[in-house]
Design a protein around this ligand. Structure first.
Ligand SMILES: [Fe+2]
Ligand SMILES: [Fe+2]
Length: 433
């Protein structure tokens, strides 16, 4: 028995009254219930649970009043099926019962019933109960909708944040790419002009990287190193000799001995480097990336005992990146081909560096160098085998005068010739460039 089905498609507009489905095998009970509710609600009455399920395929009521004692399928079984289906589990169910005992009520509530209405029905009470549950249900829906709106807004915000982060990342990557290109171009310009150094810039960057890694492993200066942007520092090291751009070709490429004046001229490349980088800084708003370049260019020829240049700073007054750079730079100078010498063997370079611990170099960094020297040797020998000239087999084969200029890294770090009035001992003491 069905009295009305407002919408068999299951969709009802907001202006429609709530739809109550009453399921009871007693026609007289259905009539009483319908009379109690039809003034305020649309009412659908059915005589069995099976019929209810048939109708539920076509419409979803706002509430079901379900008799417990019915033939074939009772209310307990019916509510179990209702609650097991995603389509019907949220429909509030009020049990209609003549039992009135606490145990039956508890069983029904445990199965998911929203409430109980005892038979015989009191129309006013039934209306009130139904109204209370419909109000509660509508408030629940409102809250759910608000939660959904909030979730949607949160999702939009998260998406927005994601997109913003992506844009920032892309922008940052472009800036870094531009910086890299600029550093690479300028560094290559310097190296190609001072063409005898051959990959000096690339190698010193590598030695610097190995030294910094080794210091971290050994826990030396880690408090400072952890605050560095190491990739940026390494890239910036390519500019350590940028000041050579301001040194004349005549001096830079002079194959013979340098005069004292020429030597002091070439030493100016450290100060020139700082000035060039400062000019670059003044032309860009993104100058932060040049901060290491300036330190390295200006301090890579300072010495631990204060006898270096351009400022004669000593000990820890020399910025740590500059102390690292000094080691990387001199090691590469010693083991490189220069106009005045063939490359020193690794062991000889190590010996010279050791002998200048605490004079030229930070002693703690020389210890670090010793921890990683075999790795440096391996890579350096591989590089030489691939791209460079073999080192001389031993110091005794170097003419003594040559040896005095031995670590002249194409006027990078090497001592000038004895004839030019400088110390003739093979060492980094005269590492001028
Ligand atoms: Fe250098
Ligand atoms: Fe230099």
């Amino acid at each position: 028995m069905t009295d009305s089905i407002k919408d068999l498609t299951g969709t009802r507009d907001d202006n429609q009254r709530e739809l109550i489905m009453i399921v009871d095998d007693s026609i007289s009970n259905l009539k009483i219930a319908k009379n109690a509710l039809s003034d305020a609600f649309d009412v659908l009455t059915v005589l069995s649970a099976a019929k209810m399920f048939e109708l539920l395929k076509r419409t979803i009521p706002d509430i079901i009043l379900l008799d417990i004692e019915m033939p074939d399928m009772d209310g307990y079984e019916a509510i179990g099926i209702l609650k097991a289906s995603a389509r019907t589990r949220d429909i509030p169910v009020i049990f209609l019962t003549g039992r009135g005992d606490a145990e039956s009520e508890l069983k029904g509530l445990n199965l998911g019933a929203a409430d109980y209405v005892a038979k015989p029905f009191m129309p006013a009470l039934m209306r009130k109960r139904v109204q209370v549950h419909l109000t509660a249900e509508s408030q629940k829906h409102m809250l759910e909708e608000q939660a959904n709106i909030l979730t949607a807004q949160e999702r939009m915000l998260l998406d927005f944040n994601d997109n913003l982060m992506k844009m920032v990342d892309e922008k940052t990557a472009k800036v870094v790419e531009l910086q890299d290109t600029m550093l690479y171009t300028v560094a290559n310009l310097v190296e190609s002009r001072d063409d005898v150094t051959g990959k000096h810039i690339e190698r010193t960057e590598r030695w610097l990287s190995l030294l910094i890694d080794a210091a971290c492993d050994a826990g030396v200066y880690t408090d400072q190193i952890t605050s560095w942007d190491i990739p940026l520092l390494l890239r910036s090291s390519q500019l350590h000799d940028v000041g050579k751009i301001s040194v004349s070709d005549r001096i830079l490429k002079k194959p013979g001995p340098l005069t004292a004046e020429e030597f002091s001229e070439i030493k100016k490349h450290a100060t020139f480097g700082v000035r060039i980088i400062e000019r670059m800084e003044s032309k860009t708003t993104e100058s932060d990336f040049l901060r290491y370049a300036k330190i390295l260019a200006g301090t890579h020829h300072e010495k631990w005992d204060g006898s270096g240049y351009p400022d004669g700073r000593g000990g820890r007054d020399i910025p740590l990146p500059g102390r690292f750079m000094a080691l990387a730079d001199v090691y590469d100078a010693l083991t490189s081909e220069r106009p005045y010498k063939r490359p020193y063997p690794h062991e000889k370079a190590v010996g010279i560096i050791m002998s200048e611990k605490e004079t030229h170099f930070d002693p703690a960094l020389v210890d670090i160098f010793m921890r990683v020297e075999s790795r440096i040797k391996e890579e350096n020998e591989f590089n030489r085998a691939m791209y460079g000239k073999e080192p001389i087999p031993g110091e005794e084969s170097i003419p003594s005068e040559e040896a005095s200029f031995g670590d002249d890294p194409s006027k990078d770090d090497g001592p000038p010739r004895a004839g030019a009035g400088f110390d003739s001992t093979p060492s980094t003491m005269n590492a001028a460039f």
